[in-house]
Write a protein that binds this ligand. Structure first.
Ligand code: EZ4
Ligand code: CO
Length: 417
């Protein structure tokens, strides 16, 4: 009996040597930073490094401080390179550092998959589900318009929809698109100034969900993003007022730098809570998870140190019955969407995946193999994470400075956007 033991043709240290790493900045409708790591074998990997409104800070961190450390190293030492970039920087954590580390990490996992001839979900431990439940964004200037949008997504096969609507007296509420355009918050070179009104919002949000249940019934999963606008006790009131409409989750009900603030919300409500799109490390949510103050963790691969770190975070969350609900707005590139979907396909404690669609120009720059069917996104079996970049096309879209808006109260005092 003969045993097939021929080594993989790309498995040698020589083949895996990193010979080049390029930072690619492109703006096909919005800015994206992508890291491309090339090995001696010719096999390359891609990692997303986009930090909305602070893109060039990550590009410079990579270009000036990370790329020189990559050349000549073994692309197969994913864990060691992660530790080197995290511990070795001395200055730990923070969105810029962790996004840069994530870009390297995801590119290396992509290379590993291509060398093994396997899709990323297989390397992580294989399929746990056929597809990842996703939620779309419905928004409207008023409740009726938002409800129409929810109906439109249901017709398109979505099983879960996030809903936001305009607030009477608030000129530009979070999540509401310019008519005829998809929602895109980073619209101007310097931050747009918006004015916020908490009492009007607290009146409006429960009315929106009352109407959505009346119009669309109970089968659809409904989600809502407060986007850090409330104090803990206001958040507790909203979570309680929304209970009759059985939300899938209430997101970012209050800023979470002070993790214990969520204890107050929990004391008053059984509305499930999601948090963490702005986190970048397990340390940002350790208390939230350990004390079971949240139900879904939103920190995703690009802003949380890559697959190597988010895998640890997800395992820690799983111990406390907290499930994943990855951030997936348009400022996370298709490279992150591809990597996140492989993760979602594997991770045992998967909850849901956010899915805001990228425009055609973006999708053309990033050829990908994931596809939407019947409420879920499905990854393909392309080795690695299945997302590529058309560099010639990317070069046609130069960087365009854009920042996120800010919010103030009516008296002019700064608030959380
Ligand atoms: O405002 O991704 O849940 N999604 C969100 C997004 C964020 C943007 C910030 O870059 O809150 O719309
Ligand atoms: Co959000």
């Amino acid at each position: 009996m003969s045993v097939h033991t021929e080594p993989n043709r790309h498995s040698s240290r020589h083949d895996r040597e990193i010979v080049e790493a390029r930072v690619i900045v492109t703006c096909p409708g919005r800015n994206f930073v992508t890291l491309k790591i090339v090995t001696r074998s010719g096999i390359y990997g891609l990692g997303d490094a986009t930090l909305n409104g602070r893109e060039l800070a990550v590009a410079a961190y990579l270009q000036d401080h990370v790329v020189p450390n990559l050349i000549g190293r073994d692309a197969g030492r994913i864990e060691d390179l992660w530790q080197f970039l995290y511990r070795g920087a001395y200055w730990r954590r923070g969105p810029v550092t962790m996004t840069a580390i994530a870009a390297v990490d995801v590119a290396l996992w992509d290379i590993l998959g291509k060398m093994a001839g396997m899709p990323l979900y297989q390397l992580l431990g294989g399929r746990s589900r056929e597809g990842a439940l996703v939620y779309a964004h419905a928004n409207g200037r008023d409740i009726a318009e938002a409800s129409d949008e929810v109906g439109m997504y249901l017709e398109r096969g979505f099983l879960a929809v996030r809903a936001q609507c305009g607030v009477p007296g608030v000129k530009k509420a979070y999540g509401i698109s310019t008519p005829g355009k998809p929602y895109e918050p980073a619209e101007s070179e310097l931050p747009a100034e918006t004015v916020w009104n908490t009492p009007r919002y607290l009146e409006t949000a429960p009315r929106l969900f009352e109407q959505l249940r009346a119009d669309h019934g109970n089968a659809v999963e409904l989600l809502h993003d407060v986007h850090h606008r409330l104090t803990p006790i206001e958040a507790a009131r909203l979570a309680r007022d929304l209970e009759p409409y059985r939300l899938f989750w209430l997101e970012d009900a209050t800023p979470a730098e002070h993790q214990a603030a969520f204890e107050l919300i929990r004391q008053h409500s059984v509305t499930p809570l999601a948090v963490g799109e702005v986190f970048n490390s397990i340390w940002d949510c350790k208390h939230l998870i350990e004390r079971q103050l949240i139900d879904y963790i939103r920190t995703t691969i690009v802003h949380g140190g890559g697959i190597t770190h988010i895998r640890r975070l997800a395992d820690f969350a799983g111990l406390h019955q907290v499930r994943t609900g990855f951030h997936g707005a348009t400022d996370l590139s298709p490279v992150t969407m591809g990597a996140a979907l492989h993760f979602d396909t594997w991770v045992p404690n998967f909850g849901i995946q956010e899915y805001m669609f990228h425009g055609e120009e973006i999708l053309a720059v990033f050829p990908h193999d994931y596809a939407f069917r019947a409420g879920r996104l499905h990854v393909g079996d392309t080795p690695g994470h299945g997302v590529d970049i058309d560099e010639a096309l990317a070069a046609k879209y130069p960087y365009t400075p854009k920042q996120l808006p800010v919010a103030r109260l009516e008296d002019g005092g700064m608030w959380d956007w």
